[in-house]
Structures are given as structure tokens and as C-alpha cells.
Design a protein around this ligand. Structure first.
Ligand code: G6P
Length: 471
């Protein structure tokens, strides 16, 4: 038996680093986009574990290697796997379905077949690198069949699963032609974690509708051989490494960069900020509509206000994402054309990802942070903004459809579909007195500090340990 097998393994579709090739053909590794990596990277740095996943490019068959203290175990995906399993079933079936069909999901049998095949590859690779009795933590909607496949291959393992995105109500979930197989796949885990209590409730209700298994509270009784096995399904709201982010945002070079950003934007009175992957779930169009109307109504003026919108590129070969990019960029172009002056831009639009330092500087510079998601598992940008603001200033406008709204109640909560309400709330944020800003930010900061990512992983892994011990 090889002795390089590991006791703690995280499995996710995407590795924490993507392999990138620059114009000269040189290869490098860069941090992957999205909340999953933001949350799990600090957990993995603290644990001495391995991370199984895809390196972000087709046909890379790489040997395991070390990256910043984490053992990386790449799983290869071919062009065709990317098309059918990743862009197709994961991001054009499950993603829109699980986000309450904001975009229409497509159902294709060949996508499903490839999803099964690729999930099996992840399960097999994980089984190879896991030591006897190891703990495996499978992540997110791309790998929902892995828990059961892995249990069949390796009954000795303790298996957790965490869903980073919402789990929809049965009326929506039931559209999925493979709805029962997905639930059976997930029930291979000992513990299944969700962002919100509502997601866990939707999941257990789906079980009751589809399978003859009994559920009590967060416990599901799953047949196992001659007896049953207890699976726990409950909410564990994810978070960030709040202390590390706060420390980063206080570094002199970051503070200086924040001042520079403000200066470069023409020293406006108010900087509004949006930071999102360019995704239709994020409500960027609703935000731009509200902002454009405020300009049109002369409730705000480009001479003293600017909106900085960071929209990091995402899933660019999926048609819905292409269309979204066109729509957003058309709107930004129109608003800038209508309202910018030679010296002041209405919107500073940035279609790139940025390093963490630059993000921290942007958060420090922003008077108002706009999170207007139509549906979002958690939204860690909201938590990063709060962690960065040790000065207890800045106002967070937060969609009630983001998981973060369950915890961050001292934010200004909005319904992004209600444009009139959104406009009024943006004005309330812009005009909020300092004492009020401080009171709200203090309360938000306490919440984010007390429930950081170490707390999240500890409570999930403790539950997993107990669940396994009891079974
Ligand atoms: C969300 C998902 C992650 C995903 C990330 C980036 O945060 O929950 O699973 O990795 O988006 O998306 P991508 O498709 O680029 O991996």
C-alpha cells in the first residue's frame, strides 16, 4: 500500500489554483475564481491534507504536486468533458435550476451521462489517494454523485458533502429528470451541509417526496445492507478567514492604494462598489437599472458619485453568460454615454479578476457596497467587505436572496426586484449619518468575526466525526 496516501482530502471540481499559459507560452498557477476557493483555501492551509480537482485547462494529466503547503491532486478533463459535464450539466442544467431558474435550465441526456462518468473519475482518483479510514470532504453541485460512488469503492472512509449554492424548493427541483439519482448520490455522505436552513429543508422535503426513507429533523434514515445508516443534512453557513482579511486590509500599502484609488477616481464624495463574477444570479443588471434611474432623476450626480463595478470573467463559453456580458456591457456603455462628463465617469467597469490586495483596497475605498444577487448560496464578497472595514465605516446594501442575509441583519436588506425600493435604499446608504454607519458596521463585524471560516469547518467536521462515530 503506498504510504503517500492522505487522512484528510477535499474534493472539488476546481482546484484552488488554475494553470494559465501567458502570451510567451510560459505556464504559471493563479488563484481560482469564486467563493468556494476563498473559503476552503485557509482551511486547507491549516490542515495537512490533499485537494483533488481540475486544474482549469483541458487534457492536463499532471502528477500530484505541492502548492503553498497544499498537496494538489489534479483530475484531467478533456475538451469534451468540459463541454458536457462542466459547461453543460454543471453550469447550464444544475446552476440555473438550483438558482430558482433565473435562466432556463437545459436538460440533455448526453450531458447527464458525462456528469456520471466524470463524477466516477473524481471518486476513483479520491479513493486512490485516501488512507485507510480517511475523512473526505466533497464540495458543491458539480460532484453530487461522488459521495455514493466513493462509499461503494471505500466503505472505510468518512464522507462529508457541502453544497455551496442554494438547494431549490421541490416544485423547481422536481423538473430535473435525474432528481432521484442526485439525491441517492448525495446520501452516500455521512453529513450533507447547506448554506441556509431553508436549503436543508428543501433537501429533506425532496427526499420525502422521492424516496421511502424516513426523516426526523436533520436526520435521514438510509437503508444500508440489512439495516439503516443515519445521514445528517443541515445548515452550516460558510464564511471567510476574517482575521486574515482584516490584517490584509490594514497593511500600509493597501491603505495607501485605497487612497490612490479614490484620488484616481477624481476624489468623489461617494464611491459605490459592486464585485461579482459576471453571472446572471448576481443581479448586476438590476443594480445598474437602479443606479441609472438615480442619475436620471438627479438624485445623484456624476460630479460627486461613481459606481465601480468589478465583473470578473466567468464561464465564458456558456451562451447565457455570453448574452449576459453583452447586456451588461451595453447598459454600462449607454449609462456612461448618457451621464459621464469629460472629467467624471458614471461607471468604472472592470472586466477582470483582481488579486486579494487590490480587492481589499477597493473595499476600503468604497463608501457603499452593493450586493444585489437574485439568488446566491452565501456571497462572501459581503463578508469580505465587512472584514476589511476595521474603521467601522462603510454601508453594506445586501440582497435578502443571498445566504449572507440570514446572518448580516444589520446590513440594509433589499429585494433587488423592487427597483424603487433599491433606489431608496441606495440613497439611504449614501446619506447615512456616521453614527448610524458605525453602529451597523460594528454589529456586522462582530458577526463575521465570531462566525469565521475556521468556525464553519470546525462545526462541519465535528458533526461529521460524531455522525460517523454514532453509525
Ligand atoms: C461558485 C461555485 C463554485 C465555483 C465558482 C467559480 O462559487 O459555488 O463551485 O468554483 O463559483 O465558478 P467556476 O465555474 O469558474 O468554477
Amino acid at each position: 500500500m503506498p504510504d503517500d496516501r492522505t487522512d484528510f482530502i477535499v474534493v472539488s471540481n476546481r482546484l484552488p489554483v488554475d494553470r494559465v499559459v501567458d502570451a510567451d507560452g510560459a505556464t504559471a498557477w493563479k488563484q481560482s475564481p469564486g467563493g468556494l476557493v476563498t473559503a476552503l483555501e485557509p482551511v486547507m492551509r491549516a490542515a495537512d491534507g490533499a485537494w483533488v480537482g481540475w486544474a482549469g485547462q483541458p487534457d492536463l494529466d499532471l502528477e500530484p504536486f505541492e502548492n503553498e503547503g497544499i498537496t494538489i491532486v489534479p483530475v484531467p478533463l478533456s475538451e469534451r468533458d468540459i463541454e458536457l459535464y462542466y459547461e453543460g450539466f454543471s453550469n447550464d442544467t444544475l446552476w440555473p435550476l438550483y438558482h430558482d431558474v433565473i435562466a432556463q435550465p437545459s436538460y440533455h441526456r448526453v450531458w447527464w451521462e458525462r456528469y456520471v462518468e466524470v463524477n466516477r473519475r473524481f471518486a476513483e482518483r479520491t479513493a486512490e489517494v485516501s488512507a485507510e479510514g480517511a475523512t473526505v470532504w466533497v464540495q458543491d453541485y458539480q460532484l453530487q454523485l461522488v459521495p455514493r460512488m466513493l462509499r461503494e469503492l471505500r466503505p472505510d472512509l468518512t464522507i462529508g458533502f457541502f453544497n455551496h449554492i442554494p438547494f431549490p424548493a421541490y416544485g423547481i427541483y422536481s423538473q430535473l429528470p435525474w432528481r432521484t439519482q442526485i439525491i441517492e448520490g448525495l446520501l452516500g455522505a455521512d453529513v450533507i451541509g447547506f448554506q441556509r436552513a431553508a436549503d436543508a429543508g428543501n433537501f429533506t422535503r425532496a427526499i420525502r417526496r422521492l424516496l421511502p426513507y424516513s426523516t426526523r429533523g436533520s436526520i435521514v434514515e438510509v437503508p444500508d445492507g440489512d439495516g439503516t445508516r443515519e445521514v445528517v443534512a443541515k445548515a452550516f453557513p460558510i464564511s471567510i478567514d476574517a482575521a486574515a482579511f482584516e490584517e490584509l486590509a490594514q497593511r500600509p500599502e493597501v491603505v495607501a492604494r485605497a487612497a490612490q484609488i479614490r484620488h484616481d477616481l477624481g476624489d468623489p464624495e461617494t464611491i459605490l462598489l459592486g464585485v461579482d463574477r459576471l453571472d446572471y444570479t448576481k443581479g448586476i443588471g438590476h443594480r445598474l437599472k437602479a443606479y441609472g434611474e438615480l442619475l436620471k432623476d438627479s438624485r445623484i450626480d456624476v460630479e460627486d458619485t461613481v459606481l465601480v463595478q468589478v465583473a470578473s470573467p466567468s464561464r465564458e463559453r456558456v451562451e447565457t453568460y455570453r448574452q449576459l456580458r453583452d447586456e451588461i456591457e451595453l447598459t454600462v456603455g449607454r449609462l456612461n454615454g448618457d451621464f459621464s462628463t469629460i472629467s467624471h465617469q458614471a461607471i468604472s467597469y472592470l472586466h477582470h479578476g483582481f488579486p486579494r490586495e487590490e480587492m481589499a483596497a477597493l473595499y476600503l475605498a468604497a463608501d457603499v457596497m452593493l450586493v444585489t444577487a437574485l439568488r446566491d448560496g452565501m456571497n462572501l464578497v459581503a463578508k469580505e467587505y465587512v472584514a476589511a472595514r476595521k474603521d467601522e465605516d462603510g454601508v453594506l446594501v445586501l440582497s435578502e436572496f443571498a445566504g449572507a442575509a440570514d446572518e448580516l441583519k444589520a446590513a440594509l436588506l433589499i429585494n433587488p426586484h423592487d427597483i424603487a425600493g433599491l433606489k431608496d435604499t441606495i440613497m439611504q446608504a449614501v446619506e447615512m449619518p456616521r453614527a448610524d454607519r458605525r453602529r451597523r458596521m460594528r454589529s456586522l463585524r462582530k458577526r463575521v468575526r465570531d462566525n469565521d471560516v475556521a468556525h464553519w469547518s470546525r462545526s462541519f467536521l465535528d458533526t461529521l466525526r460524531r455522525a460517523r462515530a454514532e453509525s
